[in-house]
Design a protein around this ligand. Sequence first.
Ligand SMILES: Cc1cc2nc3c(=O)[nH]c(=O)nc-3n(C[C@H](O)[C@H](O)[C@H](O)COP(=O)(O)OP(=O)(O)OC[C@H]3O[C@@H](n4cnc5c(N)ncnc54)[C@H](O)[C@@H]3O)c2cc1C
Length: 376
Amino acid sequence: MYDVIVVGLGGMGSAAAHHLADRGARVLGLERFGPAHNKGSSHGGSRIVRQSYFEDPAYVPLLLRAYELWEKLERDTGREILSLTGGVMVGPPTSKTVAGSRLSAEKWDLPHEMLDATEVRKRFPTLNPLPDEVALFEERAGFVRPEETVTAHLQLAAAKADIRFEEPMLHYESTSDGVRVITAKGTYEAGELVICPGAWAPELLADLNVPFAIERQIQFWFEPTGGVERFDQSHHPIYIWEDAAGVQVYGFPAHDGPSGGAKVAFFRKGVLCTPETIERTVHQHEIDAMAGHMEKCIPALPGRFLRAATCMYTTTPDEHFVIARHPEHERVTVACGFSGHGFKFVPVVGEILADLALTGRTEHPIALFDPRRSFA
Ligand SMILES: Cc1cc2nc3c(=O)[nH]c(=O)nc-3n(C[C@H](O)[C@H](O)[C@H](O)COP(=O)(O)OP(=O)(O)OC[C@H]3O[C@@H](n4cnc5c(N)ncnc54)[C@H](O)[C@@H]3O)c2cc1C
């Protein structure tokens, strides 16, 4: 008998397993695939972290706590996970990316600078904003390494918990004092169940009645014209760039040496898929569309195409997360619907899930993530 079973050991579940085991709970972690795999949502070498959060100022306290936990995770494991390169949120002054980031920065008194197009070009010569575009510069933005993160949390969790790979949960049921989990290999009982299913949410958590959309997204790596030096992480910021039509792209410095290239992607624009049917091949017209878009804003970036990888978003209609006790099942806690912007919260989500599973409540502000909210 376990205290808690965690199902899904990707970004969120591996963090939950660690935080639960660290608080002394007897934990069983179950994962469909292997450790830090590339078939879900937590792979591709880099994820942006930032605090001036254009999505909603309500996320900022969670981000401040996440940063503390990112630093602690590095200290506890000796792994290189977080790189603060600085970040620019570029676009028309009234765009969601610029105005929303500014709102969060001002509301929470976060250090930031507003730059006009001339200042952007001077500070970051690779960037080519239009004359009427501006940027919010945030020194504490940067990126984290997703595979290293999952590996770090699994390493910490495995010291105290039972962790099993290649063992998907088939279904679960309530018992008089907890839950019973049936997997492809056996049956387990526990007081509590935490489900972090990523793109498998429509299948495992259909009874939440949240209309999740699973979206195929592509990450592209290019070798910039003139080499990677100017794109090196000691010179180049992360960026999110919104054009006048509202299309957002985001990208990273080159951080994997000369052959690694610099990664860029469209923020949204994914086609609907399922984890079983997702098209993993990236087509030439998709590469051309990415390169063509970047030629305007970062002309040197799409020098030579290196590689691409697909990934999935699990998007809710309002693009806010779902983190809560399951409304229909007393002993079940869920974390899903991260809508393409969840990774930077991974360690604080682990902390929240441990709070909810062990005490039924959390001090963290998660009202925005209630699955019973209206999606009309
Ligand atoms: C291309 C791309 C770029 C992104 N960029 C950013 C970014 O820059 N910044 C940011 O903050 N966020 C970003 N995100 C979003 C972020 O990566 C995700 O929100 C986050 O990884 C989601 O983590 P998760 O744990 O919910 O999903 P996952 O990491 O996919 O974990 C879910 C796990 O559940 C397992 N599972 C499913 N069903 C079962 C079962 N029945 N039994 C056992 N295990 C099961 C799966 O195998 C998987 O390992 C990006 C996402 C993508 C795809």
